[in-house]
Design a protein around this ligand. Structure first.
Ligand code: PLP
Length: 428
């Protein structure tokens, strides 16, 4: 019987047997012992499952990955050292030099840079598309060497909501998988695999950890994409791997091929493993994720409604508002229509007043972070995106006056009172 999300948050991943610790143990060991040379040889040949070195796999990490996989309704999953590592692995597991992929343009700034600059240096090309464009326009970005389609369920920081079924359809009609970054919604609010996504990834640094304690990432594979049918595109998954004695991942591992390859090749060679200590902290966060996410969203809804009714505010973007262009889509895809705890808005008076407002806040702190228990604020044009001109900002979907407000778990009346007093200190 498949359990509900609340039960999975608390219990999935670690099921102790008789006499074993009730809470997830931290296996703080780089290495694992075997009795015979043959036992070790079988591990290296991927003939038997087992741990040998924490750069590739660690039992604590695997329990937490199994929990997130269950929450996403996936087949297998893995943890990575950061969300950036998860995005990189998800793409690099499919694309090599000379390959191409398509990505929504409204994505996290770090991911944009990874795709547009760093992957380009490795000979992997990306085409960015407007995710709200019609199918024909998005289709034009595809080429014979396109290997994947990528987007965020809710884009950070512009908060556009992805029509996942539309994107899955476009990806599949081109014979490529859809990779979705589900960081902002979390599986509590949305499970992209149910709408046709093939691979889901997260920056677990955000709501999943939820307390601003540990940087981390994860990748979950649905196991639904048929690599064999498109084998001319994915030789790395279907043809013998010379670095594993000619093992072919799809033939040997079927639905587990994608994650096995990412572990056996990419983790082995690039080593972006999450520390077991951080995986333990992540697991603590996951145990209360369903409770926290709900409260983050309730608080954000009230903050958005307050801002919407305030004459000093030029615009508010939050899909929980009925007037929002994504309201219906959010209701269709997200549990009880909940999206996330992040609200964006602009003040009348633009950039200068935005800075005055931010500096006057007392409870909300200025940090380069979102989605943790403490309310925090960022002005991308002055902070994360400050190297961009206004024109470049707009092409990345970030309005120069955009304020990103990450609503925390404090009492919502206190959060609104703080906004209210800071607005009074502006010249509006
Ligand atoms: C923060 C973030 C990332 C990058 O994650 P890190 O854990 O900081 O490496 C990727 N995607 C989204 C949507 C994010 O918010």
């Amino acid at each position: 019987m498949s359990k509900k999300i609340e039960t999975l948050c608390v219990q999935a991943g670690w099921s102790p047997k008789k006499g074993e610790p009730r809470s997830l143990p931290i296996i703080q060991s780089t290495t694992f012992k075997y009795d015979t040379s043959e036992q070790m040889a079988k591990l290296f040949d991927l003939e038997e499952e087992g741990y040998f070195y924490t750069r590739l796999q660690n039992p604590t990490n695997d329990c937490v990955a199994a929990k997130i996989t269950a929450m996403e309704g996936g087949f297998t999953g893995m943890l990575t050292s950061s969300g950036q590592a998860a995005s990189f692995f998800a793409i690099f597991n499919l694309c090599g030099c000379g390959d191409h992929f398509v990505s929504a343009s409204s994505i996290y700034g770090g991911t944009y840079n990874l795709f547009a600059v760093t992957l380009k240096k490795m000979g992997i090309e990306v085409s960015f598309v407007d995710q709200d464009a019609d199918r024909e326009e998005i289709q034009m970005a595809f080429r014979p060497n396109t290997k994947a389609l990528f987007a965020e369920t809710i884009a950070n920081p512009v908060l556009s909501v992805l029509d996942i079924a539309k994107f899955a359809d476009i990806a599949h009609s081109n014979g490529v998988p859809l990779i979705v970054d589900n960081t902002f919604t979390t599986p509590v609010n949305c499970r992209p695999i149910e709408f046709g996504a093939d691979i889901v990834m997260h920056s677990t640094t955000k709501y999943m950890d939820g307390h601003g304690s540990a940087v981390g990432g994860c990748i979950v594979d649905s196991g639904n994409f048929d690599w064999e049918t498109h084998k001319e595109k994915y030789p790395g998954l279907t043809e013998p791997d010379p670095s594993y004695h000619g093992l072919a991942y799809f033939k040997a591992f079927g639905k587990g091929a994608f994650i096995t390859k990412a572990t056996a090749q990419l983790m082995r060679d690039l080593g972006s493993i999450q520390s077991p200590q951080n995986a333990f902290l992540l697991n603590l966060g996951l145990e209360s994720l369903h409770v926290r996410v709900q409260r983050h969203c309730e608080n954000a809804q009230q903050v958005a409604e307050y801002l919407d009714g305030n004459s000093k505010i030029a615009w508010v973007n939050y899909s929980g508002l009925k007037s929002n262009r994504y309201h219906e889509l959010a209701r269709k895809q997200f549990t009880e229509g909940r999206s996330c705890g992040v609200v964006t808005f602009g003040l009348k008076g633009g950039r200068d007043e935005a800075i005055r407002f931010i500096d006057s806040l007392e409870l909300a702190s200025i940090v380069t972070h979102v989605a943790d228990s403490r309310t925090c604020i960022l002005h991308p044009a002055s902070h994360t995106h400050r190297q961009l001109s206004d024109e470049q900002l707009l092409s990345a979907g970030v309005q120069p006056d955009l304020i990103r407000f990450s609503v925390g778990l404090e009492n919502v009346e206190d959060i609104i009172a703080d906004i209210d007093q800071a607005l009074k200190k502006t010249r509006l």
